[in-house]
Design a protein around this ligand. Structure first.
Ligand code: NAD
Length: 397
């Protein structure tokens, strides 16, 4: 096994309250005409207008694409790329949640490279040229996409959520302003926050974790544990929002340089087939998948448990690990995370496609990074467990 590791992240990261106002200066250093890729909710909230004003003040002209919807498809990429070319843009600003940022990443790469986005899956095609400079400005504290070399785009022909990971998809600059997350409603705060927690936990227990990703992952887990319920209960709690934005950013850096694992592998088919938002589909799987995996990663889970609760230091690692999984479960319960049934997935509809879901999950490659690698049958069983999962039930060992 190699004994050296690497870490990649954007060339610059601006973060903290009011960092959004850096966008004009950052863009003017990289181009003359920007394509803003965002959505209608960002427009309604006034964020798009604010961005346009900042660009205008820096002498930058712009076009605006507002047609991204949650869980972006290859169709949005085609349309936004058309606008980019027709309006002679040379720099891209992504303003929104992971959906806007991922769409923008695909456009930034395809603007300088050939082919459709689906050709890049599994590195069948690799971007030879660097991407158009992309400035990523997240408005959710969740995906960490602002600092990852990953884009997730649904292929509308195959109904597969394609996870594409190549260096060219890394944004040039991330601007992480927690004030942009203050408007995030309770359900989105909960789902995107548990998404970030899942990134951090999976990055930490992954077979591909290493010391530097561990540092980012552990501190992300602590930031998120300490602030997610505060941000959920009081959306105006700026300090909690700040901790969540920083936690999500660190979790993104962690998983992009380590990996995600089984939760993400199982989550994408739920999103692609039943159109469950990514954060929710991760959250509805996280406790059950940790219960499945924990006997192969007691040590790493105990390290997290000790970091969160130093008074546990004297206890056996298995007990600390079980307690941590209990805490994750309690957190999901307090955030009103639904199981698959409560979300409204029909059991017969799921049973019809559960084999495809398990196959697609394994094919994505993420389960192979899990500390306990599941078989296809085990993944099918896990989907059944998650369908009726009861967050209130005690963990059976
Ligand atoms: P999202 O971008 O789909 O946004 C969810 C909803 O919240 C949208 O309607 C959006 O308009 C709204 N919203 C966003 N910010 C808001 C705010 N501040 N106030 C009010 N409403 C707001 O959600 P997401 O969870 O950020 O992104 C999900 C997508 O990201 C999925 O497609 C997922 O697969 C992908 N993803 C990508 C990566 C990566 O590294 N590229 C990692 C994880 C997930």
């Amino acid at each position: 096994m190699d004994s050296f590791y690497s870490v990649f992240m954007p060339k610059a990261i601006f973060y903290g309250r009011n960092s959004f106002m850096k966008v004009g200066e950052v863009v003017s250093e990289r181009g003359k005409r920007a394509l803003i890729i965002s959505d209608k909710i960002m427009d309604k909230l006034g964020y798009v207008n604010q961005c346009q004003e900042y660009l205008h003040e820096s002498g930058i002209s712009y076009s605006t694409f507002l047609d991204v919807n949650s869980e972006p498809t290859d169709n949005y990429v085609v349309k936004a790329l058309e606008l980019f070319s027709q309006t002679d843009c040379d720099v891209i600003v992504a303003l929104g949640g992971g959906s806007c940022i991922d769409t923008a990443k695909a456009v930034a790469v395809l603007a300088k490279n050939e082919g459709d986005i689906s050709e890049y899956i599994g590195n069948k095609k690799v971007a030879k040229n660097g991407a158009t400079p992309l400035i990523a400005i997240p408005t959710t504290a969740g995906t960490g996409s602002e600092a990852t070399d990953v884009t997730v785009i649904t292929n509308t022909e195959t109904d597969v959520k394609m996870m594409i990971k190549q260096p060219a998809f890394m944004p040039d600059v991330a601007i992480v302003d927690p004030l942009l997350t203050l408007s995030s409603p309770k359900n989105i705060t909960a789902a995107t926050g548990v998404d970030a927690l899942t990134h951090a936990i999976e990055a930490y227990i992954s077979k591909r974790s290493h010391p530097l990703t561990d540092t980012f992952a552990l501190s992300a887990i602590k930031l998120i544990f300490d602030s997610i319920q505060r941000a959920y209960q009081n959306g105006e709690d700026i300090e909690a929002r700040e901790m969540m934005s920083l936690g999500a950013l660190k979790a993104g850096i962690a998983f992009s340089n380590s990996s995600v694992c089984l939760v993400h592998g199982m989550s994408r088919p739920i999103g692609a087939i039943f159109h469950v938002p990514h954060g929710v589909s991760n959250a509805m799987l996280l406790p059950a998948v940790l219960e499945f995996s924990m006997d192969e990663c007691y040590e790493k889970l105990a390290e997290i448990g000790r970091y969160l609760n130093p008074e546990m230091k004297g206890l056996a690692k298995k007990d600390i690990a079980i307690n941590l999984v209990r805490e994750v479960k309690r957190l999901c319960m307090n955030l009103n995370i639904p199981n698959m049934k409560e979300w409204g997935i029909d059991i017969q509809a799921m049973n019809k496609v559960v084999k495809k879901m398990a196959k697609d999950s394994l094919a994505s490659g993420s389960p192979a990074n899990n500390p306990k690698i599941p078989t296809e049958d085990e993944i099918e069983k896990l989907y059944q467990i998650c369908y009726n999962y009861n967050m209130k039930e005690e963990i059976q060992i």
